[in-house]
Design a binder for this molecule. Structure first.
Ligand code: FES
Length: 308
């Protein structure tokens, strides 16, 4: 039974307050904490503390003194489930009103609101001061944006790092990017997997996969015979990093924690807001080495639009 909002909360020694909010883990879709108004402060009690739940009361297996040592609810660290897209969640929760069920703010988005004022303020001042100097510098920076895509092959990992077919592995690699006068090296990661016969049928259901340059010219074709498939590490919905997890309904899947898009091992969408399957990348195996062309595609689009 789900704890009811306004149900009274009793510790092992005394009654302490009432339930004000429920916190949901977006990955498991289970209640992870209950917020308890204990004398004017909202305390976040982990769900494991709940000993029993009845219509009007939640009993905890700790004393009131122990409960007082748990974290306070910091409202800015959570968003209401009305503000995020978590498929089917509302169907599983009953009798709650807007604002009573929260999920943690995804790490990527944390602090954006608090920072936004300062960011805008600094940007406005900077723009005014820099305007007279900006034009030559802007040209220098913008020109590379019109260069052709980089179709060079990068060393991605060793094939013996991959486990049995159908079990993906997150591989990290380093990429050097020249942006205007800056050269940056950064770490990226994509998912690589040996392909089993069933996965091959699903991944290549529409035939070999072609990759194109900005002018539409084919730069590489992943053939159905390829031993390895590589999925871009960015979720096609809004670009979050996704994980390989066991889902209670779908079994082993790729799950994106940001808005709960769920993909099968062939990258096809099983559930959630992603408008297209996971993006397959150009891959080839040379000796023991897996190589890729590190392409990126526009997030949130049903069709694949290459941007890098
Ligand atoms: Fe939204 Fe992945 S970024 S589901």
């Amino acid at each position: 039974m789900q704890p009811k909002i306004t149900a009274t909360v009793a510790c092992t020694d005394r009654q302490v307050g009432e339930v004000t909010r429920l916190i949901i883990d977006p990955l498991t879709q289970q209640i992870s904490h209950v917020a308890i108004d204990a004398g004017g402060v909202d305390i976040l009690a982990p769900a494991e503390l709940i000993a029993s739940v009845s219509e009007h009361e939640v009993r905890l297996r700790c004393t009131s003194a122990e409960l007082g040592r748990f974290e306070r609810l910091r409202r800015d660290d959570f968003v209401s489930i009305e503000e995020v897209e978590i498929p089917h969640l509302e169907r599983r929760l009953h009798g709650v009103r807007p604002g009573e069920v929260l999920v943690p703010v995804p790490a990527l988005e944390k602090d954006v609101t608090r920072r936004s004022f300062f960011t805008k303020f600094t940007a406005a001042i900077g723009a005014v001061l820099a305007l007279p100097l900006a034009f030559p510098a802007l040209r220098y920076i913008i020109d590379p944006m019109y260069l052709p895509f980089d179709n060079s092959w990068l060393k991605f990992g060793r094939i013996d790092a991959l486990r049995e077919p159908g079990v993906p592995q997150l591989l990290k690699f380093h990429k050097t990017v020249k942006e205007g006068f800056l050269t940056r090296e950064f770490e990226k990661s994509h998912w690589a997997m040996r392909v089993s016969p069933e996965l091959r049928e699903k991944i290549y259901a529409e035939g070999d996969i072609e990759f194109r340059d900005a002018n539409g010219e084919v730069v590489w074709t992943n053939s159905k015979e390829a031993e390895v498939v590589v999925f871009s590490g960015k979720c096609p919905h809004l670009g979050c990093a996704y994980r390989w997890r066991k889902h209670r309904t779908f079994g082993q899947t790729f799950i994106c924690p940001c808005h709960l898009s769920i993909f099968d091992p062939a990258g096809k969408v099983l559930d959630g807001p992603s408008p297209r399957p996971l993006d397959v990348l150009p891959v080839k195996v040379a000796g023991n080495e897996i190589q890729i062309i590190d392409m990126e595609f526009k997030a949130g689009k049903a069709e694949q639009v290459r941007i890098v």
